[in-house]
Design a protein around this ligand. Structure first.
Ligand SMILES: Nc1ncnc2c1ncn2[C@@H]1O[C@H](COP(=O)(O)OP(=O)(O)OP(=O)(O)O)[C@@H](O)[C@H]1O
Ligand SMILES: [Mg+2]
Length: 236
């Protein structure tokens, strides 16, 4: 007997009631996690009840950006997994369960892990959910896109020619599935002359940001944060 997976329906029902933002990108290391966290802090300052979700299942590291030690902190569980509260921002990740160990999950297993995390989370009190994804359009990212009812997509790239080339294909792939990002962020821009088009944003390389990683209050004082604020207000 085949039993239908009850998790997608629960995930859709919880997330369709909330402003759901998915941060994604073709390449690794372009700043997806950093941008997701900065958007979370900006929206929190705009009085939104923000939940940050790390769905980079095999290599989660949003805990570094928000300053949580996954070997010491464990989310509580009452009516589901209770998000960890960091300066008023909720945080959910698989990392506390992995306790710093690698997670060699593949295909079906990684999809199971992400569905479990999304379905078991207690979203009470949150109106905005920001999801960080792994690089590229692999199983996890595609499953997230299929699971979520019309999320706002934010695509991140650096201004490098390689990254922009990959971004172009990534956006084509999204378009093939009738999805259009709400915004594209060119991150870590140094001297490149990039003229942002409609729905495009520029965040410069900011040395101070690297020092601020792990401290949400410090992140909010960086130049990069100032540059992401206009996008945050478009995502409300
Ligand atoms: N605007 C910026 N200025 C300076 N450093 C930045 C900026 N944005 C991100 N970084 C740094 O770049 C590195 C990679 O960022 P991040 O981990 O957010 O990328 P990612 O796309 O999420 O990577 P992965 O694909 O591995 O998940 C981090 O050390 C981060 O602090
Ligand atoms: Mg990341």
């Amino acid at each position: 007997m085949i039993i239908a997976d009850p998790r997608p329906a629960r995930i859709r029902s919880e997330l369709s009631k909330r402003n759901t933002i998915v941060v994604l990108g073709a390449k690794g290391g372009v700043g997806k996690t950093t941008i997701a966290v900065m958007l979370g802090v900006a929206l929190k300052i705009m009085e939104k009840k923000v939940l940050l979700v790390d769905l980079d299942i095999t290599d989660p590291n949003m805990h570094v950006a928000v300053g949580v030690d996954p070997e010491r902190v464990m989310p509580g569980e009452k009516k589901g997994i209770e998000p960890i509260n960091i300066n008023g921002v909720g945080f959910i990740s698989i990392s506390p369960y992995a306790k710093g160990r690698p997670l060699p999950l593949r295909g079906e297993d990684s999809i199971n892990a992400l569905r479990e995390l999304l379905a078991a989370t207690d979203y009470t009190g949150y109106d905005t959910v920001i999801i960080d994804t792994p690089p590229g359009a692999g199983d996890v990212t595609l499953d997230i896109l299929n699971l979520l009812p019309n999320p706002k997509l934010v695509a991140v790239s650096t201004p490098s020619k390689f990254s922009i080339d990959s971004l172009r294909r990534f956006l084509m792939l999204l378009r093939d599935t009738n999805r259009r990002p709400k915004a594209v962020v060119y991150n870590m821009v140094r001297n490149e002359r990039i003229k942002p088009g409609i729905n495009e944003y520029i965040v410069h390389y900011d040395e101070e940001l690297e020092n601020a990683i792990g401290d949400l209050c410090r992140i909010a004082w960086t130049r990069a944060f100032e540059e992401i604020k206009p996008l945050a207000s478009q995502l409300i």
